[in-house]
Every structure is written in C-alpha cells, then in structure tokens.
Design a protein around this ligand. Structure first.
Ligand code: SIN
Length: 494
C-alpha cells in the first residue's frame, strides 16, 4: 500500500475545483463568499471553496431550465456514452477520488476505494439503462382507439446529497437523471463538497453539456434551496439525509406538487438465530455495523440475538471489533477513521452514556478518543434495556447495542417496533425462516445471511419513515421519467 505524503495531499487538493459550477462554467459566489472544508481527523482546513448564495441557486436553476429541452432531445446513446466515459474516468482516477473522500469525510482509504467502485458503478449501470427506456403500444380493449405510452424526462431536478458517501450518493442520483434526460442542480453536503466538485469536473470532461449539471455547495442550505423548491420550473427533488429534514422537504415540495425521492433514516435490526453459522454471522455483523464507521443509514442499529447463541456471538463479535485500529484514514493501519464532526461524535457519546445509565453494560469501548479530530472508540453494549433511547434512534456511529430474544415471533415484533423501515439483516441456516422474515419484517430491503445489501443493480430504499422511492436497479431510472399517454383515434375510421 502506498504511503500518503503531505505533498500528495497538497497536489490532489490543488487539482480540485473550488468554485461553483453554474450554467456556463465555474464561477465565484455572487458576493464572493467562501467557506472552509475541514479534515475531521485533524480539524484543519483542507480548502476554502465558494459558498453559494440564493442568487447562485437561482442562476443554477435558470441554467437547468434553459438546458432541459435540448438535453431531453439528445439520443439515449449519447447520454449513455457520456455516462460510460465518466465511469472510465472516475475509475482511472480512483486513487484521487478515494483520497479526497478520506480527507474530507474521514473514512479509511480502503473504504473510500470501495466507495469509488460502488459510486462509479451507478454511472456504468445507468449508461446501460439509458438506451433501454421504452414505452408500449396497444389496441384498446374495445378495438377502436390505439394507446401509446411514452416515457419522458421529469424535468429539472434538485439533488440534496449527504456527507457520508460523498461520491456514491451523488452518482446514485446524477446517473439515472442523465440517463433519463433530466437536467439537475446538485447541492452537496457542506461538510464534503469536494468530491462532488471533482465529479462535476469529470462529467464535464466526459462531455456533459453546460447547464445539465450545476453544483452549488453552500453553508446556507435553506436560503439557497428553499426558493428553488418553490419555483415552478423545478420538477423533482431527491434528498438523502435525516427523516426530520426529509419531512420538512416533503412539506415544502407540496406547494409545487414536486415529484420527490426521499432516502431517509434507518434503524436496521440485525437478527442472529441459534441455528446461524456463527462465523458468517459475526463477519456480517462487523460489516453491517462498522462499514463507513457506522455512519450509514443502512448500518445495523440494533443487534437482536437469540438466547442460545448470544454468549458465543457476543464474544466473537467483541474480539473482531477489538482488533479495529482507530486512526486517520490515510494511515495504512486505519480500520476506522473519525466521525465526521464534533456534533456527530457528541451525539454518539451521549447515546452510549444514556444507555449505560439505563442499565446497559459496556462490553467494549465507550469513550471519545482524546486529542485532535472526532474519533470515538468502536463500542459494544450488552444487556441493553428494551426502552433505551439507543434502540429507537439512528446511532450513525460505531456502536453496537445487543438485545437477547427467545422466539422468532418476538424477534419479528422487536424488528418491526420502529418508525423506520429501511433495511433488516438476518442470519439463519433455515431457508424457510429466512423467507418468512423477508416477508414479515417491514423494510424496503432485507439481507439474508448478508451484512451488506447495497448494490447499484438493486432498488435501494425504505418504507415507513425511511422514505419514498427507490435508487439504483431498473427501478432507479423510473424516478426520473414521467409516463405520458397518447390516445390515438381508430386508424380505420373515415
Ligand atoms: C446511506 O447511508 O445513505 C447509503 C448507504 C449505502 O448506499 O449503502
């Protein structure tokens, strides 16, 4: 593994665009404002970048609206080839994208590399979907009229993306929108805007015309995006983030009856039954909990373990987690980086403190790592009381609360006792039980003997308060297409 030197970091940062991307290219903020993007492992500034103002948001939507008609008319093959070129270019620059994400978000390099492969794959998947957009033609049941059904791009979109997967959450929205022929305004998270700016540069180099994608990082999210959501030219809002913010955005979107896709919070139950393959269950648990330092809406949030296997599972799980080295993500030995900021770290610490006060036992970890950066020890809690706050709230950190259950019925009841319904995981050797759980547990996604289900070829999304719509898979492009019906009079009539 190559060592990352300060020179390498400086060289990469010097190549990242630091201005807004508006209709005709890179531009400063209307009033020249900038803000600092910091490294969560040191708290130091990485770059100062342009801080979009409401006028910049308006200019971005002007560009998206102006480009929409011509863009919708481009050949699907042309859009596919732009996406395919972008896939090749992101892949060729995988080391740059990975290091940039590690610098601005904190995850270890090996995880960032995994995200580059995951994020780039959305570009390739939707490059393959663009030429397959199709409609249908039928004779009406009465044999008179003809029915033609077309798919049309929804129109200009606003994307609000999170900080936890800076590349993949952007490509998961941008790629299907390009494939469908939509223009878009991207507002990346203020904590991690650099990856989006580099991605936008790559997409332009891949041939994306002016105005199809604009990028407006800002520290004034509400003031910049609020007016866009109320503008009748915007036709779609896609958001990934917390349920709390999602609810507000859905309410705001009602005014223009916007199409919305919402990838919101999760509270994933991870079930281990007595008949599970212990090694596979432990490996799956480590992945489901510690991928991305637990900062994922699909992260396992509650471990529900059957009484017979609970002691062996807990011991083996704790041993695996104990081996995690917590260090800056650029260090070759790093298995876990910092949390993204002080607020996230403090929330995680408070959830653990509350659980312990309520009677939970600390089997491992449980402390803020002293010194620079926002590091928190990987933590395992046992004997967690059923009413502990940590079982209700999305942890978004490397903390695994374990609860013991006795029967399958009880496990299903516990798994479903959440307002969220994004994903659930279960480990059992009994296939019938696995299928029963997949039907009975109320989530949009289910991992059977698998600790990660995310896949660009599969529909990602939740039910209940985890959101609306699906991203990825065949379903992902439908979010960017309208169905238009053309009724045609009887061609044999005089
Ligand atoms: C998320 O946490 O929002 C997405 C995680 C994933 O795509 O696996």
């Amino acid at each position: 593994m190559t060592t990352i030197t300060p020179d390498r970091e400086r060289e990469l940062l010097a190549s990242v665009p630091t201005r807004l991307l508006l209709g005709s290219g890179w531009a400063d903020a209307a009033d020249g404002s900038t803000f600092a993007v910091t490294d969560p492992s040191t708290g130091e500034t990485l770059l100062e970048i342009a801080d979009a103002r409401p006028e910049d948001g308006a200019a971005a939507l002007d560009a998206a609206a102006a480009a929409q008609r011509d863009w919708a008319r481009t050949a699907p093959r042309e859009r596919a080839e732009i996406l395919r070129r972008a896939f090749e270019m992101v892949t060729a620059r995988a080391d740059d994208f990975a290091l940039l994400m590690t610098l601005e978000m904190g995850k270890p390099l090996h995880e960032s590399r995994g995200e580059v492969a995951y994020g780039a794959e959305f570009l390739r998947w939707f490059a393959e979907e663009a030429p397959r957009i199709s409609g249908r033609f039928a004779t009406a049941p009465d044999g008179v009229n003809r029915l033609m059904v077309l798919k049309r791009p929804v129109g200009p979109c606003l994307f609000i993306t999170p900080w936890n997967f800076p590349l993949a959450m952007a490509t998961r929205k941008i790629a299907p929108a390009i494939a469908a022929g939509c223009t878009m305004v991207l507002k990346p998270a203020a904590l991690t805007p650099l990856t989006s700016l580099l991605l936008a540069q790559v997409l332009r180099e891949a041939g994306l015309p002016d105005g199809v994608l604009t990028v407006i990082p800002t520290t004034s999210a509400g003031a910049v995006t609020g007016p866009l959501i109320k503008d009748s030219r915007l036709r779609k809002l896609s958001f990934t983030g917390s349920t709390e913010v999602g609810r507000r955005l859905i309410a705001d979107s009602a005014e223009q009856v916007l199409r919305v896709s919402m990838e919101l919070g999760g509270n994933a139950p991870f079930l281990v039954f007595d008949d599970a393959d212990l090694d596979r269950a432990v490996a799956g648990a480590v992945l489901a909990k510690m991928r991305n330092g637990g900062e994922a809406c699909v992260a396992a949030n509650r471990f529900l373990v059957q009484r017979g296997i609970a002691p062996a599972f807990t011991e083996a799980f704790v041993e695996k987690i104990r081996a995690f080295t917590v260090a800056r993500g650029t260090e070759p030995e790093s298995k876990m980086g910092p949390l993204v900021d002080a607020a996230t770290r403090d929330k995680v610490a408070a959830l653990v403190e509350d659980a312990v006060e309520d009677g939970a036992t600390l089997a491992l970890g449980g402390r803020v790592v002293p010194g620079a950066g926002y590091f928190y020890e990987p933590t395992v809690l046992t004997d967690v009381p059923a009413d502990a706050r940590i079982l209700d709230e999305e942890i978004f950190g490397p903390v695994a609360p374990i609860v013991v259950f006795d029967t399958e019925e009880e496990a299903i009841r516990l798994a479903n006792s959440s307002e969220f319904g994004l994903v659930a995981f279960a480990f059992t050797r009994d296939l019938n039980r696995g299928l029963r759980l997949a039907e009975e547990i109320d989530t949009g996604m289910f991992g059977l003997n698998a600790g990660v289900v995310s896949n660009p070829a599969a529909p990602f999304g939740g039910v209940k308060q985890s959101g609306l719509g699906r991203e990825g898979g065949f379903e992902g492009i439908d979010e960017y297409l309208e169905t238009r019906y053309v009724g045609i009079a009887d061609p044999f009539a005089n």
